[in-house]
Design a protein around this ligand. Sequence first.
Ligand SMILES: [Ca+2]
Ligand SMILES: [Ca+2]
Length: 347
Amino acid sequence: MWLRTAFALLLVALLGAPPVARAEAPPLAREGLIFESSFEQGDLRGFYWHNNKPEVVGAPHPVRAGERSMRAYLHRFESENPYRTEVIVGSSQDAPEGTERPLIMEVGAEYWIGFSIYIPPDFVPDTFRLSDVVFQMQATPDPGEDYRSPVFALEIDEAEWRIIVRYDVRRESPPGNEFTDNQTIARPALGAAVGAWTDWVIHVRWAYDDSGYLQVWRNGEQVLERQGPNCSNDERGPHVAIGLYKWPWRPNAPAQWEHRTDNRLFYYDEFRIGGAGASYAAVAPGDGAPSGAAQAVAPPPEPTQPPAPTLEPTPVPTPTPTPTPPPDDILSRLLRWFQALREALTG
Ligand SMILES: [Ca+2]
Ligand SMILES: [Ca+2]
C-alpha cells in the first residue's frame, strides 16, 4: 500500500508538478552587484521604510539618472512621523515594496556602495550639530542587545557633510548608546552641493578589529581613508538605510534646542551595493559626472593617496538609536488602522 502511495506521489512530483517557474530576474547591468535600484520601476520594490514612506517621483522633480528618483520629505509638525522618512535596503531587489527583510552584510566581508543625493537650492542649514542623518549603516544587534546609533552615518551639519564611524569591540554590548569609539572622521564642506546632486561611493571591509577599512569618495574625489575597526562585534553585519533621519526632531528632544527649519527635502537616486567582486565603477552613480554645479569630478580611484583623516570626537548630543523595529511598525500601523476605523465609525 505504502509503495503505491509513494509511487503516486513520485508520479505527481515528476509529472504533475508545474514546470520550474523561476522568474527571470532582470540581469544586473554591472559586475559584482548585490542590489541595484535607480527607482525606474516607479515604486519602492526591494525596500521597506521606517516611519514615513518616501515617494518615487519623476520630472519636474530632480532625477540623477533615468526618469525617476526617490523623494524623502519630512515636516516636523505636519508629517505623520516628525523625525524619519527613510527606506531600508531589503534582501532582494525584486521583492515587493515593504517586504521587511533587510539586506544584512557580513562582518569580515568587503562591500562597495554607491548612491546620489540631491539637496534642494532652498536648503536651510540647521543649527550647529542638530544634524540631518541622510544615509546610515546600522549594526544588526545580537539577541538581547539594543539598536543603537549607526556604525556609519553620513550627515549634514550646518554647512558641512559629516561622516561618523562608531565601533564596539565588546561581543556583548551593554544597554545604552556607548561605543568603544565614536568619531566624526571627515567633514567635507557642503559647498556647491546645495542645488545639485552629490555622488557618493563607499568601500568598506566591516571588522571590529584592525582588519577593517573604509574609503569614501564624493563626486569622484576621495574624502576619507581609514584603517581599523568600523562596526560592532556582532554575529551579523550592518544593514543600510537611505533617507532622512532628523533625530533632533524626535519628540523627546530638549525644548531649548533652536531649530532653524521645520521641514526637509532630499532626493536619492542610483543606489547600488556590490560585494568584493564589485568595484568603484560598478556602483558609481550614473554614467559619469552628475550634472550641476557641484561636480568636481576626478577620475575614479586608484585609492593611493588618501587625505589624512581629521580625527575629532563626535559631539554630543549623540543621535538616539535608530531602531529597526518591525514590531513597532506593525503596532503603529494597527494603531493607525484602528484610529481610522474609530473615526469612520464615530463620524
Ligand atoms: Ca533614477
Ligand atoms: Ca554584539
